[in-house]
Design a binder for this molecule. Structure first.
Ligand code: NI
Length: 175
């Protein structure tokens, strides 16, 4: 397994739309395993393929307290949405930023597992929020898109500054 590089806002690749997965092969299973390892290490409760610059429609999620209940959803779609509530969200691609987002409270989901079998289930609470957040990623959307332009610009400046400060100082003399 490997730790993958997580793209950070405003990287334009986060705006890419992921494509429907047709081959359920070892390569897909390796991507899922790598994404789970990357998510657990971050640490986070969800990660979408577009965040690691892969365009297969795959999200990995684990909202359990013990971090041992991974869920891999391939080609996921939301069939039904009910209710509405506001919850503070964060994102591994927008580090250090937490903002309230309004989402459906109960959802019905259809997806495929890593073997290509279709699964359907209902979700609420944090799992429902997480699935809606991750599915947005697959369509190139970020949770901060719901904020005002001004607020988003502030976040962009803050993250760009942090990114610059994280660059190592050049060593030695330029020739
Ligand atoms: Ni996210």
């Amino acid at each position: 397994m490997a730790i993958l590089n997580i793209l950070h806002f405003p990287d334009p690749r986060l705006r890419n739309k992921a494509q429907v997965v047709k081959s359920f092969d070892d390569n897909l299973r390796k991507l899922a395993a790598d994404m789970l390892e990357t998510m657990y290490q971050a640490p986070g409760v969800g990660l979408a393929s577009t965040q690691v610059n892969d365009l297969r429609r795959l999200v990995v999620i684990d909202v359990s307290e013990s971090h041992d209940d991974p869920l891999c959803l391939v080609n996921p779609e939301i069939l039904e949405k009910h209710g509405e509530h506001k919850m503070e969200e964060g994102c591994l691609s927008v580090p250090g930023v937490y903002e309230p987002v309004t989402r459906a409270t109960d959802i019905k989901v259809r997806a495929q597992n890593l073997e290509g079998e279709t699964i359907e289930f209902e979700a609420d609470d944090l799992l429902a929020v997480c699935i809606q957040h991750e599915l947005d990623h697959l369509d190139g959307k970020l949770f901060i898109d719901n904020l005002s332009n001004l607020k988003r610009q502030r976040i962009r400046k803050k993250l760009e500054k942090e990114e610059r400060q994280a660059q190592p100082e050049p060593i030695g003399q330029a020739l």
